[in-house]
Design a protein around this ligand. Structure first.
Ligand code: GLU
Length: 502
C-alpha cells in the first residue's frame, strides 16, 4: 500500500505555526515511506473564507522548501483539490445517506436552537431530542418537500445511533473507545452554501483521494468518532485511514493553547510569513520576515512533539525524514519554547558559510549595503556571526564597519572616555600612521608594545579606541576592527572622536 497523506488547511486566515508543524509531520511521514504528500484546501466554510489564505499557505511551503506531490497548485490525479470545486462529487454521497435514512434534513432555525439550548440543560441535537425538532423525521414527506421547494434554509444532520462503541485506532494515542451516545447529530451539509461541512467533505475526500494516514492536530480528535461513523455509513469501513493526532502546542508557560494573544504579549511570531489584515490594516510579522532560516524553523518545529532516540538536536530535513516516526510523538501538549527557536536559528547561522550568510545579509539590507564589496561583507559576517540570532542582527552588530559613528553612546562615553584618552589616542594615531602592514596580528603586537613601553593601561586605551571607532562599547576584537576599517578610516575616526569628546 502506497502511503498517501494530506495537509488540509481551512483558508480562514493566516496559517498558524501549529499548522506548519502538522504539515511538516505529514511531509516527513510521506518522505519516510516514499509516499505522496497532498495539499487539499478545505474551503467549505464560506462564512470564514479568506481569499488570500490559500496563496499564503502555498508561499509558506515554498519558502520552507516543503513540496507537495499533489494539490491545487500542482495538480494530481485525484483533484480538484479545493473542496469548493467538488460540490458535484459530494452530492452523490449526501443523497446516499439521506436515502438510507442515515441522515436527515433539519429546518430548525438559529432561534429555535437557541431557545432549546436555553431551556434544556445540556441540550444536544441527538437521538434523545431529534424527534422533538423540526426535521424530515418529524415532518411529513410532503411538508419536507414543500419547505425545500420554498427555498427554506435547511441543514442535513447525520443520524447517530446511540449506545454503540466507536473505536479509534490512533498511532500516537493507541486505541480509544467512544460511546456514540455522547455524540450529537452533527450538521454535515448546509443549504445556505450548497456545500457539505468539513466533517462530511473531509471523509469523502480522504476516501476518494485514497488517504492512508490522517495526521492532524489533537483538536480534531473529538470529531474522529463522527468521521468513523460516516465511513461506516458510506460502506467504507475497509478504507478507514489510520489516525495520528498530534499533541497541542501550548503557550510558553504551558497554560492553554498557543494563541495570537500570547504571541503578541510575549512578542514571538505565530505565523510563518507576514500577514496583512485587510480589515484592521495590521501588519503581523512572520518567522520569515523576522529572519528565520527555513531549515532552522523546520528543525525547531520537528522537535515540538517528536523526540528522537538520542540527544541530537540538529537535523537536516533528510535526516528528519529518515528518523521521524509517529510512535515517538508525544501525547501531551508541548510548551512552545520560543527561546529554543532562536537558539536553532543561531545554530543554523553558524553552520552556513560566510558567503551564504553574506548573500542573505546583502538581500536583507540591500539599500544600506548597495555599494559594498562582497568579500568584505563576508569577512565582516565571519567576525560577528557568533553574536547573532537573526540575519537582521548583522546590521546591529556591524553597522560601524559601513558607516562612521555619528554620535557616541552616552553611557559608554561616561565609562570609557578618560581625561587622558585624548592624549593617548593622539599618540596612537601617530603610531598607526607609522605602520604599513595593517593586519590585525601586526597591529596587536605594535600597539601592545607601545602600551607596555609607556606603561599605559591596555583596556583603558582599547575601550576609548573602540568608542571612537564604533561609537559604543560593542563589536568584535578591536584589532580586527582596525584592520577591517583600514589606516585612513581608523585614524579619521579616532581624530573625530578626540575633537568631539575632548
Ligand atoms: N480543515 C481542517 C483544518 O482546518 C483539517 C482537519 C483535518 O486534518 O482533518 O485544520
Amino acid at each position: 500500500m502506497k502511503v498517501r497523506v494530506r495537509f488540509a488547511p481551512s483558508p480562514t486566515g493566516p496559517l498558524h505555526i501549529g499548522g506548519v508543524r502538522t504539515a511538516l509531520y505529514n511531509y516527513l511521514f510521506a518522505k519516510k515511506y516514499h509516499g505522496s504528500f497532498i495539499l487539499r484546501i478545505d474551503d467549505t466554510d464560506s462564512a470564514r473564507f479568506v481569499s488570500e489564505a490559500e496563496k499564503y499557505i502555498i508561499e509558506t511551503f515554498k519558502w520552507l522548501k516543503i513540496t507537495f506531490d499533489e494539490g491545487p497548485h500542482c495538480n494530481g490525479n485525484y483533484g480538484p483539490y479545493r473542496q469548493s470545486e467538488r460540490k458535484a462529487i459530494y452530492r452523490e454521497y449526501i443523497d446516499k445517506l439521506l436515502s438510507k435514512n442515515l441522515a436527515y434534513i433539519a429546518f430548525d432555525t438559529y432561534e429555535d436552537l437557541e431557545h432549546k439550548r436555553h431551556n434544556i440543560p445540556n441540550f444536544q441535537y441527538d437521538a434523545s431530542t431529534r424527534m422533538n425538532m423540526i426535521n424530515s423525521l418529524t415532518l411529513s414527506k410532503k411538508e419536507t418537500k414543500k419547505r425545500i421547494s420554498n427555498n427554506d434554509q435547511y441543514v442535513i444532520r447525520i443520524k447517530v445511533t446511540p449506545g454503540q462503541t466507536i473505536v479509534i485506532n490512533d498511532l500516537i494515542r493507541n486505541k480509544i473507545n467512544i460511546n456514540s451516545s455522547t455524540l450529537d447529530d452533527k450538521v454535515i451539509y448546509k443549504s445556505s452554501n450548497n456545500l457539505p461541512t468539513y466533517h462530511l467533505a473531509s471523509v469523502i475526500d480522504d476516501h476518494l483521494m485514497k488517504i492512508t494516514h490522517v495526521i492532524r492536530g489533537e483538536e480534531w480528535l473529538p470529531s474522529t468518532p463522527l468521521h468513523i461513523i460516516i465511513y461506516q455509513y458510506l460502506g467504507w469501513e475497509q478504507t478507514i485511514p489510520i489516525f495520528a493526532h498530534l499533541p497541542l502546542l501550548l503557550n510558553p508557560n504551558g497554560k492553554g493553547k498557543l494563541n495570537k494573544r500570547d504571541s503578541k504579549q510575549s512578542e514571538f511570531p505565530i505565523f510563518p510569513l507576514q500577514w496583512i489584515d485587510h480589515k484592521t490594516k495590521e501588519h503581523i510579522s512572520g518567522y520569515r520576515e523576522i529572519g528565520y532560516l527555513p531549515e532552522a524553523l523546520i528543525n525547531f518545529l520537528a522537535l515540538l512533539g517528536w523526540t528522537p532516540n538520542n540527544n541530537q538536536e540538529i537535523f537536516s530535513i533528510n535526516e528528519l525524514s529518515t528518523l521521524f516516526s509517529l510512535d515517538k510523538c508525544s501525547r501531551n501538549g508541548i510548551k512552545f519554547d520560543y527561546q529554543k527557536a532562536k537558539w536553532f536559528n543561531h545554530q543554523y547561522i553558524q553552520q552556513k558559510s560566510d558567503e551564504d550568510i553574506a548573500k542573505l545579509f546583502l538581500h536583507h539590507y540591500a539599500n544600506k549595503l548597495e555599494n559594498q564589496n562582497f568579500d568584505r561583507i563576508a569577512k565582516i559576517v565571519r567576525m560577528v556571526k557568533n553574536r547573532v540570532n537573526f540575519i537582521k542582527d548583522f546590521w546591529i552588530e556591524s553597522d560601524f564597519f559601513f558607516i562612521a559613528p555619528i554620535r557616541y553612546e552616552k553611557h559608554s562615553v561616561q565609562k570609557h572616555w578618560k581625561i587622558e584618552s585624548s592624549i593617548q589616542l593622539t599618540e596612537l594615531c601617530t603610531l598607526l600612521t607609522s605602520i604599513s602592514n595593517f593586519s590585525s596580528k601586526i597591529l596587536e603586537k605594535a600597539i601592545k608594545t607601545w602600551i607596555a613601553n609607556k606603561n599605559y593601561h591596555t583596556s583603558k586605551i582599547m575601550n576609548a579606541c573602540r568608542l571612537s571607532l564604533v561609537g559604543a562599547a560593542k563589536g568584535p576584537n578591536i584589532f580586527y576592527i582596525i584592520e577591517m576599517l583600514g589606516k585612513e578610516e581608523t585614524i579619521t575616526r579616532i581624530k573625530k572622536a578626540i575633537k568631539v569628546l575632548m
